[in-house]
Design a binder for this molecule. Structure first.
Ligand code: PLP
Length: 432
């Protein structure tokens, strides 16, 4: 339970979140249910924002990576907290647009943006387009010309950093579908070509070396390489890069044993490297951008399920099946991710048996937690899986035509529905 700050236990011995009885919320909104603490989300935004202000003297911008969790309400919260936003698709851009997010603070990423998406970005004056490859650059230049606009761009660089994290979420090395490589000159070539294009304004370089990274070292190495690259562009090509975007990827505490470095500490150390290398290369300190996603929303969320059947297979395993699964949280089946969970109506009870929490989808791999020690558990109990605020709702699917759960945000001791539960009519909405 220490993985989520706002959890507590009330006089009924029930789990609370932001002071509210989770069992009561489950009754009111039904299960499965995503619960998120808006106060924690806001606090996390401020931790990043304050650290950036402190270490870069205001010459920095924090973008929330909205793929971690996006909905209209979330975009509004992020805007109110003064952050920018990063989007990777027309759908995420549309959400920000509809939420009234200021478009100059939107950064558009992605390794295969379509013409339609690029046109949407250009028409709506998105602040930055982060170019992934030459095809995209040429397409954007054409669209910019058609719209008679000059587009400010940044470039996704593979700095050649091998961060110690899961292979699927490791993106800094040369064998990656994202971006252009430093070590073979590809990055230099595309940027000098871009600088020669009339409707393109080269302002930044960007990298993102992976996700759920606990070490500080890969971030420092990356910062060093990127600032040196900015120095090379200036010395060799006379191109002045004014913006360095160092991406996201800061690890969070999913399990008690996880030990992330404080975000302030990361930013402090990275800023030291950025300043040192900028001095050495005699370049003006670039504006620094960072893009945390998981670390802003992950520790703010839990998912509440109702336990259905408990299948005890003697000497093998006990399967506890819940009313959701990989359809609302595919992280175990995708990454082998692990979670902690508590019984909502007896969160403090001592563990009595080791069980496996399974979902209700037609896949043997549809597991939420393998081998977790829990108190005696029975049909009808409410189970809360912890730290599900990031990459759960945003990765949810309608597999097996299961409607997606609602999202309820808690703020200042009050609960508010921000995403409705899908209905069966929603499921067939586009069927003809
Ligand atoms: C996914 C992603 C992020 C956010 O990563 P987290 O691990 O959620 O902090 C930031 N920038 C880019 C380009 C990304 O693809």
């Amino acid at each position: 339970m220490q993985t989520i700050k706002s959890l507590g236990i009330n006089e009924k011995n029930h789990l609370t979140m932001g002071g509210l009885d989770v069992a009561r919320l489950a009754k009111e909104y039904g299960t499965p249910l995503y619960l998120m603490d808006e106060d924690i989300i806001r606090e996390n935004c401020r931790i990043y924002k304050n650290a950036m202000d402190k270490y870069y003297g205001g010459n920095g911008l924090v973008l929330y990576a909205s793929k971690a969790f996006s909905c209209l309400h979330m975009c509004r919260v992020v805007h109110e907290e003064g952050l920018g936003i990063d989007v990777v698709s027309g759908g995420e851009l549309y959400t920000a647009l509809k939420a009234g997010f200021p478009m100059e603070k939107v950064y558009f990423h992605g390794n295969n943006k379509t013409r339609q998406e690029l046109e949407m970005a250009v028409e709506n004056n998105v602040g930055r387009i982060v170019i992934d490859n030459r095809t995209e650059l040429e397409l954007l230049s054409e669209i910019a010309r058609e719209h008679d606009k000059t587009i400010a761009v940044s470039f996704r660089i593979k700095p050649g950093i091998d961060a110690h994290t899961h292979e699927f979420i490791m993106t800094g090395q040369i064998d990656s579908k994202f971006g252009v490589a430093l070590e073979n000159g590809e990055a230099e070539e595309i940027i000098s070509f871009a600088a020669s294009l009339p409707n393109i304004n080269v302002v930044g370089v960007h990298c993102h070396i992976g996700s759920q990274i606990f070490d500080i070292e890969p971030f420092l190495l990356t910062a060093e390489k990127m600032v040196n690259f900015i120095g090379d562009l200036k010395d060799k090509h006379g191109i002045e890069i004014t913006e360095l975007n160092l991406g996201g990827g800061y690890g969070i505490k999913y399990l008690e044993q996880d030990n992330p470095v404080s975000y302030d500490e990361y930013i402090k150390n990275v800023s030291r490297v950025v300043k040192e290398v900028s001095d050495k290369r005699k370049i003006k300190l670039p504006k620094i951008i960072m893009e945390p996603g998981r670390s802003i929303v992950g520790p703010a969320g839990i998912t509440v399920y109702t336990v259905g059947n408990v299948k005890r297979i003697p000497d093998v395993r006990t399967y506890v099946s819940v009313d959701g699964g990989m359809c609302d949280n595919p992280r175990h089946i995708m990454y082998g991710a692990n979670y902690e969970a508590v019984l909502v109506e007896k969160p403090a009870a001592a563990a009595q048996e080791v069980v496996t929490i399974a979902g209700k989808c037609c896949e043997s791999g549809d597991i939420l937690i393998r081998d977790i020690a829990l108190p005696q558990i029975k049909t009808g109990d409410l189970l809360a899986v912890l730290v599900t605020g990031a990459y759960n709702y945003s990765m949810a699917s309608n597999y097996n035509r299961i409607p997606r759960p609602p999202v309820v945000m808690i703020k200042g001791g009050k609960a508010k529905l921000v995403v409705k539960r899908e209905s069966y009519d929603d499921i067939i909405l586009n069927d003809i």
